[in-house]
Design a protein around this ligand. Structure first.
Ligand SMILES: [Zn+2]
Length: 509
Protein backbone atom coordinates (compact mmCIF):
# COMPACT_ATOMS: atom_id res chain seq x y z
CA UNK A 1 0.00 0.00 0.00
CA UNK A 2 1.26 3.46 -0.85
CA UNK A 3 1.85 5.72 2.14
CA UNK A 4 2.03 9.48 1.77
CA UNK A 5 5.08 11.05 3.39
CA UNK A 6 4.70 14.02 5.73
CA UNK A 7 6.52 17.30 4.97
CA UNK A 8 9.07 16.44 7.67
CA UNK A 9 9.69 13.07 6.09
CA UNK A 10 10.11 14.61 2.63
CA UNK A 11 12.67 17.05 3.99
CA UNK A 12 14.57 14.34 5.78
CA UNK A 13 14.60 12.16 2.64
CA UNK A 14 15.98 15.10 0.68
CA UNK A 15 18.62 15.88 3.29
CA UNK A 16 19.67 12.24 3.58
CA UNK A 17 19.84 11.91 -0.19
CA UNK A 18 22.04 15.02 -0.56
CA UNK A 19 24.25 14.00 2.32
CA UNK A 20 24.67 10.53 0.93
CA UNK A 21 25.66 11.80 -2.50
CA UNK A 22 28.13 14.30 -1.05
CA UNK A 23 29.68 11.53 1.01
CA UNK A 24 29.75 9.10 -1.85
CA UNK A 25 31.16 11.44 -4.47
CA UNK A 26 33.44 13.17 -1.99
CA UNK A 27 32.72 16.63 -3.28
CA UNK A 28 29.89 19.11 -3.15
CA UNK A 29 28.41 18.74 -6.60
CA UNK A 30 25.63 20.85 -8.01
CA UNK A 31 22.72 18.45 -8.27
CA UNK A 32 20.38 18.81 -11.24
CA UNK A 33 16.77 19.09 -10.07
CA UNK A 34 13.84 17.30 -11.66
CA UNK A 35 10.41 18.77 -10.93
CA UNK A 36 7.53 16.34 -10.62
CA UNK A 37 3.91 16.17 -9.48
CA UNK A 38 4.64 13.14 -7.34
CA UNK A 39 7.35 10.63 -6.54
CA UNK A 40 7.00 6.99 -5.55
CA UNK A 41 10.11 5.80 -3.73
CA UNK A 42 11.13 2.62 -1.94
CA UNK A 43 10.14 0.40 -4.87
CA UNK A 44 11.82 -2.21 -7.06
CA UNK A 45 11.67 -0.97 -10.65
CA UNK A 46 11.00 -3.70 -13.23
CA UNK A 47 10.96 -2.78 -16.90
CA UNK A 48 12.22 -4.09 -20.23
CA UNK A 49 14.46 -1.01 -20.59
CA UNK A 50 16.16 -2.16 -17.35
CA UNK A 51 16.36 -5.69 -18.76
CA UNK A 52 13.86 -6.83 -16.11
CA UNK A 53 16.44 -6.61 -13.36
CA UNK A 54 14.91 -5.28 -10.13
CA UNK A 55 16.50 -1.90 -9.43
CA UNK A 56 15.72 -0.31 -6.12
CA UNK A 57 14.79 3.33 -6.49
CA UNK A 58 12.03 5.77 -7.38
CA UNK A 59 9.76 6.93 -10.15
CA UNK A 60 8.75 10.56 -10.60
CA UNK A 61 5.72 11.65 -12.62
CA UNK A 62 4.87 15.00 -14.13
CA UNK A 63 1.56 15.38 -15.95
CA UNK A 64 0.93 12.21 -17.93
CA UNK A 65 4.59 11.19 -18.15
CA UNK A 66 7.44 9.62 -16.24
CA UNK A 67 10.22 12.16 -15.72
CA UNK A 68 12.53 10.04 -13.61
CA UNK A 69 13.09 6.32 -13.12
CA UNK A 70 16.21 5.39 -11.25
CA UNK A 71 18.05 5.05 -7.99
CA UNK A 72 16.99 7.24 -5.10
CA UNK A 73 18.31 6.46 -1.71
CA UNK A 74 17.68 7.56 1.81
CA UNK A 75 20.49 5.56 3.36
CA UNK A 76 23.77 3.95 2.45
CA UNK A 77 22.03 0.58 2.61
CA UNK A 78 19.71 1.60 -0.19
CA UNK A 79 22.45 3.09 -2.34
CA UNK A 80 23.93 0.26 -4.28
CA UNK A 81 27.11 1.33 -6.08
CA UNK A 82 27.10 -1.95 -7.98
CA UNK A 83 23.97 -0.95 -9.89
CA UNK A 84 24.87 -0.39 -13.54
CA UNK A 85 23.72 3.19 -13.66
CA UNK A 86 24.06 3.56 -17.40
CA UNK A 87 20.69 1.82 -17.69
CA UNK A 88 18.93 4.75 -16.21
CA UNK A 89 19.98 7.78 -18.12
CA UNK A 90 19.81 6.97 -21.75
CA UNK A 91 17.05 9.41 -22.63
CA UNK A 92 16.97 12.25 -20.15
CA UNK A 93 18.95 14.20 -17.60
CA UNK A 94 21.98 14.84 -19.74
CA UNK A 95 23.40 16.90 -16.92
CA UNK A 96 23.85 13.65 -15.02
CA UNK A 97 26.68 12.84 -17.33
CA UNK A 98 28.73 15.74 -15.98
CA UNK A 99 28.27 14.50 -12.42
CA UNK A 100 30.55 11.57 -13.21
CA UNK A 101 29.50 8.05 -12.45
CA UNK A 102 26.09 7.69 -10.82
CA UNK A 103 23.16 9.82 -11.99
CA UNK A 104 22.98 12.17 -9.10
CA UNK A 105 19.85 14.27 -9.24
CA UNK A 106 17.35 15.56 -6.75
CA UNK A 107 13.63 15.26 -7.17
CA UNK A 108 11.36 18.16 -6.28
CA UNK A 109 7.70 17.27 -5.81
CA UNK A 110 4.82 18.20 -3.50
CA UNK A 111 3.73 14.59 -3.03
CA UNK A 112 5.96 11.66 -2.06
CA UNK A 113 4.60 8.15 -1.72
CA UNK A 114 6.39 5.31 0.05
CA UNK A 115 6.01 2.14 -2.03
CA UNK A 116 6.90 -0.10 0.90
CA UNK A 117 9.33 -2.22 -1.11
CA UNK A 118 6.72 -3.28 -3.69
CA UNK A 119 7.41 -4.02 -7.36
CA UNK A 120 6.66 -1.16 -9.75
CA UNK A 121 6.34 -2.22 -13.39
CA UNK A 122 4.67 -1.00 -16.61
CA UNK A 123 0.93 -1.59 -16.93
CA UNK A 124 0.01 -4.68 -18.95
CA UNK A 125 -1.28 -4.70 -22.52
CA UNK A 126 -4.25 -6.91 -23.42
CA UNK A 127 -4.03 -6.96 -27.21
CA UNK A 128 -7.19 -8.91 -27.96
CA UNK A 129 -10.44 -8.79 -26.02
CA UNK A 130 -14.19 -8.73 -26.63
CA UNK A 131 -15.55 -6.77 -23.68
CA UNK A 132 -19.01 -6.90 -25.28
CA UNK A 133 -19.17 -10.60 -24.39
CA UNK A 134 -18.45 -10.04 -20.70
CA UNK A 135 -21.94 -11.09 -19.58
CA UNK A 136 -21.56 -14.48 -21.27
CA UNK A 137 -18.84 -15.74 -18.97
CA UNK A 138 -19.08 -19.52 -18.75
CA UNK A 139 -21.52 -19.97 -21.64
CA UNK A 140 -18.88 -21.20 -24.06
CA UNK A 141 -17.48 -23.94 -21.84
CA UNK A 142 -16.90 -27.28 -23.50
CA UNK A 143 -17.17 -25.98 -27.07
CA UNK A 144 -14.69 -25.26 -29.86
CA UNK A 145 -14.93 -21.99 -31.78
CA UNK A 146 -16.83 -23.67 -34.62
CA UNK A 147 -19.28 -25.23 -32.14
CA UNK A 148 -19.78 -21.87 -30.42
CA UNK A 149 -20.41 -20.15 -33.73
CA UNK A 150 -23.10 -22.73 -34.43
CA UNK A 151 -24.61 -22.35 -30.95
CA UNK A 152 -24.57 -18.54 -30.80
CA UNK A 153 -23.57 -16.43 -33.81
CA UNK A 154 -25.38 -18.50 -36.43
CA UNK A 155 -28.67 -18.04 -34.59
CA UNK A 156 -28.36 -14.32 -33.86
CA UNK A 157 -27.99 -15.17 -30.19
CA UNK A 158 -26.01 -12.01 -29.38
CA UNK A 159 -28.26 -9.64 -31.32
CA UNK A 160 -31.48 -11.19 -30.00
CA UNK A 161 -30.58 -11.29 -26.33
CA UNK A 162 -28.14 -8.44 -25.78
CA UNK A 163 -28.96 -4.74 -26.07
CA UNK A 164 -26.41 -1.97 -26.58
CA UNK A 165 -26.81 -1.17 -22.88
CA UNK A 166 -25.94 -4.78 -22.04
CA UNK A 167 -22.82 -4.50 -24.18
CA UNK A 168 -21.71 -1.28 -22.50
CA UNK A 169 -22.28 -2.88 -19.10
CA UNK A 170 -20.31 -5.96 -20.19
CA UNK A 171 -17.44 -3.73 -21.23
CA UNK A 172 -17.50 -1.93 -17.91
CA UNK A 173 -17.29 -5.26 -16.12
CA UNK A 174 -14.46 -6.42 -18.38
CA UNK A 175 -12.43 -3.22 -18.05
CA UNK A 176 -12.81 -3.10 -14.28
CA UNK A 177 -11.65 -6.72 -14.10
CA UNK A 178 -8.74 -5.81 -16.40
CA UNK A 179 -7.76 -2.75 -14.37
CA UNK A 180 -7.85 -4.69 -11.11
CA UNK A 181 -5.49 -7.25 -12.62
CA UNK A 182 -2.97 -4.69 -13.87
CA UNK A 183 -4.02 -4.06 -17.48
CA UNK A 184 -3.72 -0.41 -18.50
CA UNK A 185 -4.18 -0.83 -22.28
CA UNK A 186 -6.83 -3.10 -23.79
CA UNK A 187 -7.92 -3.76 -27.36
CA UNK A 188 -11.70 -3.96 -27.76
CA UNK A 189 -12.87 -5.95 -30.77
CA UNK A 190 -16.43 -4.89 -31.55
CA UNK A 191 -18.67 -6.98 -33.73
CA UNK A 192 -21.33 -4.28 -34.11
CA UNK A 193 -20.80 -0.58 -34.11
CA UNK A 194 -21.83 1.42 -31.07
CA UNK A 195 -21.42 4.65 -33.02
CA UNK A 196 -20.16 7.51 -30.92
CA UNK A 197 -20.79 5.52 -27.75
CA UNK A 198 -17.89 3.22 -28.68
CA UNK A 199 -15.42 5.23 -26.59
CA UNK A 200 -17.74 5.73 -23.62
CA UNK A 201 -16.68 2.97 -21.23
CA UNK A 202 -12.95 3.33 -21.85
CA UNK A 203 -13.19 7.03 -21.09
CA UNK A 204 -15.29 6.52 -17.96
CA UNK A 205 -13.26 3.69 -16.46
CA UNK A 206 -9.96 5.39 -17.32
CA UNK A 207 -8.44 2.43 -19.14
CA UNK A 208 -6.52 3.18 -22.34
CA UNK A 209 -6.56 1.09 -25.45
CA UNK A 210 -7.42 0.40 -29.04
CA UNK A 211 -10.95 0.28 -30.42
CA UNK A 212 -11.76 -1.97 -33.34
CA UNK A 213 -14.67 -0.90 -35.49
CA UNK A 214 -15.65 -3.73 -37.82
CA UNK A 215 -15.69 -2.36 -41.36
CA UNK A 216 -18.99 -4.18 -41.86
CA UNK A 217 -22.01 -2.70 -40.06
CA UNK A 218 -23.34 -6.26 -39.96
CA UNK A 219 -20.40 -8.63 -39.85
CA UNK A 220 -22.55 -11.42 -41.32
CA UNK A 221 -22.75 -9.44 -44.59
CA UNK A 222 -19.15 -9.44 -45.70
CA UNK A 223 -19.16 -6.91 -48.56
CA UNK A 224 -21.23 -4.02 -47.21
CA UNK A 225 -19.06 -1.44 -45.45
CA UNK A 226 -19.27 1.63 -43.29
CA UNK A 227 -18.98 4.93 -45.17
CA UNK A 228 -15.63 6.66 -45.44
CA UNK A 229 -17.18 9.60 -43.59
CA UNK A 230 -18.05 7.48 -40.57
CA UNK A 231 -14.65 5.78 -40.56
CA UNK A 232 -12.96 9.20 -40.52
CA UNK A 233 -15.23 10.28 -37.68
CA UNK A 234 -14.43 7.07 -35.81
CA UNK A 235 -10.69 7.72 -36.14
CA UNK A 236 -11.11 11.26 -34.81
CA UNK A 237 -13.32 10.04 -31.96
CA UNK A 238 -10.62 7.59 -30.89
CA UNK A 239 -7.77 10.06 -31.27
CA UNK A 240 -9.60 12.70 -29.26
CA UNK A 241 -9.52 10.28 -26.33
CA UNK A 242 -5.97 9.01 -26.85
CA UNK A 243 -7.19 5.65 -28.21
CA UNK A 244 -5.78 3.73 -31.17
CA UNK A 245 -8.32 3.42 -34.01
CA UNK A 246 -8.43 0.05 -35.74
CA UNK A 247 -10.52 -1.39 -38.59
CA UNK A 248 -11.92 -4.89 -38.08
CA UNK A 249 -11.48 -7.03 -41.22
CA UNK A 250 -12.87 -10.39 -42.28
CA UNK A 251 -11.66 -13.76 -41.01
CA UNK A 252 -10.92 -16.64 -43.37
CA UNK A 253 -14.53 -17.74 -43.98
CA UNK A 254 -15.11 -14.45 -45.82
CA UNK A 255 -11.82 -14.23 -47.68
CA UNK A 256 -11.97 -13.24 -51.34
CA UNK A 257 -9.48 -11.12 -53.30
CA UNK A 258 -11.98 -8.28 -53.75
CA UNK A 259 -13.05 -8.29 -50.09
CA UNK A 260 -9.56 -8.16 -48.53
CA UNK A 261 -8.46 -5.47 -51.00
CA UNK A 262 -11.59 -3.35 -50.46
CA UNK A 263 -11.07 -3.59 -46.69
CA UNK A 264 -7.45 -2.51 -46.94
CA UNK A 265 -8.31 0.43 -49.18
CA UNK A 266 -11.05 1.66 -46.84
CA UNK A 267 -8.91 1.30 -43.72
CA UNK A 268 -5.87 2.95 -45.30
CA UNK A 269 -7.92 5.90 -46.57
CA UNK A 270 -9.31 6.47 -43.08
CA UNK A 271 -5.86 6.12 -41.48
CA UNK A 272 -6.89 3.09 -39.42
CA UNK A 273 -4.83 0.14 -38.29
CA UNK A 274 -6.23 -3.20 -39.46
CA UNK A 275 -6.91 -6.35 -37.52
CA UNK A 276 -8.46 -9.69 -38.30
CA UNK A 277 -8.91 -13.07 -36.63
CA UNK A 278 -6.18 -14.94 -38.40
CA UNK A 279 -4.99 -18.54 -38.74
CA UNK A 280 -6.77 -19.38 -35.50
CA UNK A 281 -8.27 -22.80 -36.21
CA UNK A 282 -7.72 -25.69 -38.60
CA UNK A 283 -11.37 -25.26 -39.57
CA UNK A 284 -10.68 -21.75 -40.88
CA UNK A 285 -7.38 -22.79 -42.44
CA UNK A 286 -9.09 -25.51 -44.47
CA UNK A 287 -11.59 -22.98 -45.89
CA UNK A 288 -8.76 -21.03 -47.53
CA UNK A 289 -6.90 -24.21 -48.51
CA UNK A 290 -10.00 -25.66 -50.18
CA UNK A 291 -10.91 -22.47 -52.08
CA UNK A 292 -7.50 -21.06 -52.93
CA UNK A 293 -4.97 -23.82 -52.29
CA UNK A 294 -2.81 -21.75 -49.96
CA UNK A 295 -2.42 -20.62 -46.36
CA UNK A 296 -4.19 -17.47 -45.11
CA UNK A 297 -0.79 -15.76 -44.85
CA UNK A 298 0.02 -16.48 -48.50
CA UNK A 299 -3.47 -15.40 -49.53
CA UNK A 300 -3.11 -11.99 -47.86
CA UNK A 301 0.40 -11.65 -49.23
CA UNK A 302 -0.69 -12.51 -52.76
CA UNK A 303 -3.35 -9.81 -52.72
CA UNK A 304 -1.09 -7.16 -51.24
CA UNK A 305 -2.69 -6.77 -47.82
CA UNK A 306 0.00 -8.16 -45.55
CA UNK A 307 1.64 -5.07 -44.06
CA UNK A 308 3.11 -3.41 -40.97
CA UNK A 309 -0.18 -1.93 -39.78
CA UNK A 310 -1.97 -5.29 -39.71
CA UNK A 311 -2.57 -6.87 -36.29
CA UNK A 312 -3.08 -10.60 -36.82
CA UNK A 313 -5.01 -12.05 -33.90
CA UNK A 314 -4.25 -15.59 -32.74
CA UNK A 315 -1.72 -16.71 -35.41
CA UNK A 316 -1.86 -20.30 -34.21
CA UNK A 317 -1.39 -22.35 -37.38
CA UNK A 318 1.58 -20.95 -39.28
CA UNK A 319 4.17 -22.61 -41.48
CA UNK A 320 7.84 -21.63 -41.45
CA UNK A 321 7.21 -19.77 -44.72
CA UNK A 322 4.22 -17.97 -43.19
CA UNK A 323 6.36 -16.80 -40.27
CA UNK A 324 9.01 -15.56 -42.68
CA UNK A 325 6.41 -13.59 -44.65
CA UNK A 326 4.86 -12.10 -41.51
CA UNK A 327 8.31 -11.03 -40.34
CA UNK A 328 9.29 -9.51 -43.70
CA UNK A 329 6.08 -7.48 -43.88
CA UNK A 330 6.34 -6.48 -40.21
CA UNK A 331 2.87 -7.81 -39.42
CA UNK A 332 2.04 -7.72 -35.70
CA UNK A 333 0.61 -10.75 -33.90
CA UNK A 334 -1.49 -11.07 -30.75
CA UNK A 335 -1.82 -14.53 -29.25
CA UNK A 336 -4.35 -15.53 -26.60
CA UNK A 337 -2.75 -18.66 -25.11
CA UNK A 338 -5.40 -19.65 -22.55
CA UNK A 339 -8.19 -19.19 -25.09
CA UNK A 340 -6.25 -21.22 -27.66
CA UNK A 341 -5.99 -24.03 -25.14
CA UNK A 342 -9.55 -23.80 -23.83
CA UNK A 343 -11.26 -23.97 -27.21
CA UNK A 344 -8.59 -26.28 -28.68
CA UNK A 345 -7.29 -23.84 -31.29
CA UNK A 346 -3.78 -25.16 -30.85
CA UNK A 347 -0.34 -24.02 -29.72
CA UNK A 348 1.04 -21.05 -31.65
CA UNK A 349 4.70 -21.01 -32.74
CA UNK A 350 5.52 -18.14 -30.36
CA UNK A 351 9.19 -19.00 -30.00
CA UNK A 352 9.64 -19.18 -33.77
CA UNK A 353 7.81 -15.87 -34.32
CA UNK A 354 9.93 -14.09 -31.71
CA UNK A 355 13.09 -15.55 -33.24
CA UNK A 356 12.00 -14.21 -36.63
CA UNK A 357 11.69 -10.73 -35.10
CA UNK A 358 7.88 -10.48 -35.09
CA UNK A 359 6.27 -8.32 -32.38
CA UNK A 360 3.98 -10.70 -30.51
CA UNK A 361 1.61 -9.45 -27.83
CA UNK A 362 -0.73 -11.26 -25.46
CA UNK A 363 -4.51 -11.07 -25.21
CA UNK A 364 -7.28 -12.81 -23.35
CA UNK A 365 -10.05 -12.91 -25.97
CA UNK A 366 -13.63 -12.62 -24.70
CA UNK A 367 -15.51 -14.24 -21.85
CA UNK A 368 -17.00 -16.97 -24.07
CA UNK A 369 -13.56 -18.22 -24.97
CA UNK A 370 -11.38 -17.66 -21.95
CA UNK A 371 -13.57 -16.64 -18.99
CA UNK A 372 -10.99 -14.32 -17.42
CA UNK A 373 -9.15 -11.14 -18.31
CA UNK A 374 -5.95 -11.57 -16.35
CA UNK A 375 -2.78 -11.05 -18.42
CA UNK A 376 -0.65 -12.51 -15.60
CA UNK A 377 -2.39 -15.84 -16.24
CA UNK A 378 -1.72 -15.47 -19.97
CA UNK A 379 1.97 -14.92 -19.21
CA UNK A 380 2.16 -18.18 -17.32
CA UNK A 381 -0.01 -19.87 -19.96
CA UNK A 382 2.17 -18.88 -22.90
CA UNK A 383 5.26 -19.94 -21.03
CA UNK A 384 3.91 -23.38 -20.09
CA UNK A 385 2.36 -24.05 -23.49
CA UNK A 386 5.69 -23.40 -25.20
CA UNK A 387 7.54 -25.42 -22.58
CA UNK A 388 5.26 -28.31 -23.52
CA UNK A 389 6.11 -27.80 -27.20
CA UNK A 390 9.82 -27.14 -27.04
CA UNK A 391 11.06 -27.73 -23.51
CA UNK A 392 11.19 -25.68 -20.32
CA UNK A 393 13.74 -23.20 -21.68
CA UNK A 394 11.56 -22.28 -24.68
CA UNK A 395 10.71 -18.83 -23.37
CA UNK A 396 12.45 -16.86 -20.65
CA UNK A 397 10.38 -14.95 -18.09
CA UNK A 398 11.91 -11.76 -19.48
CA UNK A 399 10.64 -12.53 -23.00
CA UNK A 400 7.18 -13.20 -21.62
CA UNK A 401 7.20 -9.94 -19.66
CA UNK A 402 8.20 -8.12 -22.86
CA UNK A 403 5.20 -9.63 -24.64
CA UNK A 404 2.87 -8.34 -21.93
CA UNK A 405 4.35 -4.82 -21.87
CA UNK A 406 6.78 -3.23 -24.35
CA UNK A 407 6.15 -5.66 -27.22
CA UNK A 408 2.42 -5.53 -26.58
CA UNK A 409 2.63 -1.74 -26.96
CA UNK A 410 4.66 -2.16 -30.18
CA UNK A 411 1.84 -4.24 -31.67
CA UNK A 412 -0.23 -1.05 -31.65
CA UNK A 413 2.60 1.27 -32.71
CA UNK A 414 2.74 2.65 -29.16
CA UNK A 415 6.26 1.55 -28.23
CA UNK A 416 7.58 5.09 -28.04
CA UNK A 417 5.02 6.14 -25.46
CA UNK A 418 4.00 3.03 -23.52
CA UNK A 419 5.29 -0.25 -22.21
CA UNK A 420 8.40 0.73 -20.22
CA UNK A 421 9.24 2.96 -17.27
CA UNK A 422 11.81 5.04 -19.16
CA UNK A 423 11.66 8.83 -18.67
CA UNK A 424 9.45 10.39 -21.34
CA UNK A 425 7.05 7.43 -21.43
CA UNK A 426 3.44 7.68 -20.32
CA UNK A 427 3.04 7.08 -16.60
CA UNK A 428 1.08 3.82 -17.00
CA UNK A 429 2.34 1.53 -14.27
CA UNK A 430 1.25 -0.90 -11.58
CA UNK A 431 2.45 -1.90 -8.11
CA UNK A 432 2.63 -5.47 -6.91
CA UNK A 433 2.95 -6.55 -3.32
CA UNK A 434 5.42 -9.43 -3.16
CA UNK A 435 5.38 -9.71 0.59
CA UNK A 436 3.21 -12.82 0.37
CA UNK A 437 3.76 -16.57 0.77
CA UNK A 438 3.44 -17.36 -2.92
CA UNK A 439 6.35 -15.02 -3.72
CA UNK A 440 8.58 -16.34 -0.97
CA UNK A 441 11.56 -16.64 -0.99
CA UNK A 442 12.07 -13.41 -2.88
CA UNK A 443 15.61 -12.59 -4.05
CA UNK A 444 15.92 -9.02 -5.32
CA UNK A 445 19.64 -8.73 -6.06
CA UNK A 446 22.55 -10.64 -7.48
CA UNK A 447 22.62 -13.13 -10.29
CA UNK A 448 20.05 -15.35 -8.61
CA UNK A 449 17.36 -12.70 -8.32
CA UNK A 450 13.97 -14.25 -9.01
CA UNK A 451 11.61 -11.28 -9.44
CA UNK A 452 10.97 -11.76 -13.18
CA UNK A 453 10.38 -15.46 -12.59
CA UNK A 454 7.92 -14.73 -9.77
CA UNK A 455 6.01 -12.23 -11.94
CA UNK A 456 5.51 -14.84 -14.67
CA UNK A 457 5.09 -18.05 -12.68
CA UNK A 458 3.67 -16.97 -9.30
CA UNK A 459 1.73 -13.73 -9.76
CA UNK A 460 -1.92 -13.32 -10.70
CA UNK A 461 -3.86 -10.14 -11.22
CA UNK A 462 -5.03 -10.38 -7.61
CA UNK A 463 -1.54 -9.32 -6.51
CA UNK A 464 -1.84 -5.89 -8.16
CA UNK A 465 -2.50 -3.26 -5.53
CA UNK A 466 -2.28 0.07 -7.35
CA UNK A 467 -2.68 1.13 -10.97
CA UNK A 468 -1.71 4.47 -12.54
CA UNK A 469 -2.65 5.48 -16.08
CA UNK A 470 -1.27 8.68 -17.57
CA UNK A 471 -0.12 9.70 -14.09
CA UNK A 472 -3.63 9.35 -12.64
CA UNK A 473 -4.32 6.76 -10.00
CA UNK A 474 -7.13 4.47 -11.20
CA UNK A 475 -6.81 1.62 -8.68
CA UNK A 476 -5.86 2.35 -5.08
CA UNK A 477 -5.16 -0.53 -2.75
CA UNK A 478 -7.31 -2.86 -4.93
CA UNK A 479 -10.24 -0.43 -5.24
CA UNK A 480 -11.19 0.98 -8.63
CA UNK A 481 -11.57 4.72 -8.12
CA UNK A 482 -13.51 5.39 -11.34
CA UNK A 483 -16.35 2.90 -10.84
CA UNK A 484 -18.89 2.05 -8.15
CA UNK A 485 -18.11 -1.67 -8.01
CA UNK A 486 -21.09 -2.89 -5.95
CA UNK A 487 -23.50 -0.98 -8.22
CA UNK A 488 -21.78 -2.46 -11.26
CA UNK A 489 -22.03 -6.03 -9.94
CA UNK A 490 -25.74 -5.56 -9.16
CA UNK A 491 -26.35 -4.25 -12.68
CA UNK A 492 -24.45 -7.19 -14.13
CA UNK A 493 -26.56 -9.65 -12.13
CA UNK A 494 -29.78 -8.03 -13.33
CA UNK A 495 -28.67 -7.99 -16.96
CA UNK A 496 -27.41 -11.59 -16.80
CA UNK A 497 -30.75 -12.71 -15.33
CA UNK A 498 -32.58 -10.95 -18.16
CA UNK A 499 -30.37 -12.60 -20.77
CA UNK A 500 -30.83 -16.00 -19.14
CA UNK A 501 -34.60 -15.73 -19.08
CA UNK A 502 -34.74 -14.52 -22.71
CA UNK A 503 -32.43 -17.31 -23.77
CA UNK A 504 -34.23 -20.08 -21.86
CA UNK A 505 -37.72 -18.98 -22.95
CA UNK A 506 -36.47 -18.90 -26.54
CA UNK A 507 -34.97 -22.39 -26.39
CA UNK A 508 -38.19 -23.71 -24.74
CA UNK A 509 -40.18 -22.70 -27.83
ZN1 LIG B 1 -11.49 -12.52 -30.97
Amino acid sequence: MLRKLSIDEIQSVDAAHRQLITTYVGTNINLPEIEADFVILNVYLMSSHLEWYPFFGAVAVRGEHIVYCGPYSRSADELNPAVPFEFFFQNEVEEAAVCQKPPYVTLVAPIWLDGGGQILMPGLVNGHCHGDMGLLRGRGDGMTLAEQNEAFASHNWFQDFMSDEDRLLARRLTYVEALLSGTTFICENMYWSLGERAVEVMVETGIQGALVEDLRPDFRISDVYHSATWLNQFRELCHNHGLVAVAGCAAEEDFSPSIVQAEHELAAQAGLWETRHFSETTWRLSIVADHYGMTPTHFLSKYGVLHHRLIASHGVHLTTEDIQLLAEREVKVVNTPLCEMKIQDGAAPIVEMLAAGISVGLGTDGACWNNSNDIFREMKGVSLLNALRLGPAALTPEQVLDMATSMGAAVFGEEKSRGTLAPGMRADFILIDMNQPHFSPLITSGTEQNVASHLVYCATGQDVRDVFIGGKQIVEDRKVLTTDLSKLLNQVDAAANKITSLSSSSSAK
